[in-house]
Design a binder for this molecule. Structure first.
Ligand SMILES: [Zn+2]
Length: 134
């Protein structure tokens, strides 16, 4: 049975994964203009300032779009189908792709509120997922 691909932090993404390990969803915030962004960059995509800090996000967001996967990409995901892959707009503004877990796929709808939850995959890597907020 092949194993799931484990994310490999880079110098730029290490603060993000350090947050995940503590079950905190982190995004970058520009010190100059207040813009939030994810994935991480060395500058602000709104004003080009290089003064970007890591902050802990609320962990809440909204389903922008989603699809239900019925056929696993690899055997490593065979026991998970059907599962939902969703594009989520965080309350802070950035969008991220993740899974929506903890409910039947049929309950997921565009516009629903979600909150982050974490799956501990290894000692170092916890992966952010989302669940519906009732
Ligand atoms: Zn900025």
């Amino acid at each position: 049975m092949p194993s799931k691909p484990i994310p490999e932090p880079t110098r730029e993404t290490q603060p993000y994964w350090d947050g995940c390990k503590k079950h905190e969803l982190r995004v970058q915030k520009c010190r100059a203009c207040g813009h939030y962004q994810l994935y991480p960059r060395i500058y602000c995509t709104a004003c080009m300032s290089e003064e970007v800090d890591w902050v802990t996000a609320s962990g809440r967001g909204t389903v922008l779009s989603f699809t239900t996967v019925h056929r696993p990409v690899t055997k490593a995901f065979a026991e998970e189908v059907p599962y939902v892959v969703a594009l989520i707009t965080l309350d802070e503004g950035p969008q991220m792709m993740s899974n929506i877990v903890g409910c039947p796929p049929g309950q997921v709808q565009i516009g629903k509120t979600v909150e982050v939850t974490f799956e501990d995959w290894t000692e170092e890597i916890s992966v952010p997922k989302f669940r519906l907020v009732e």
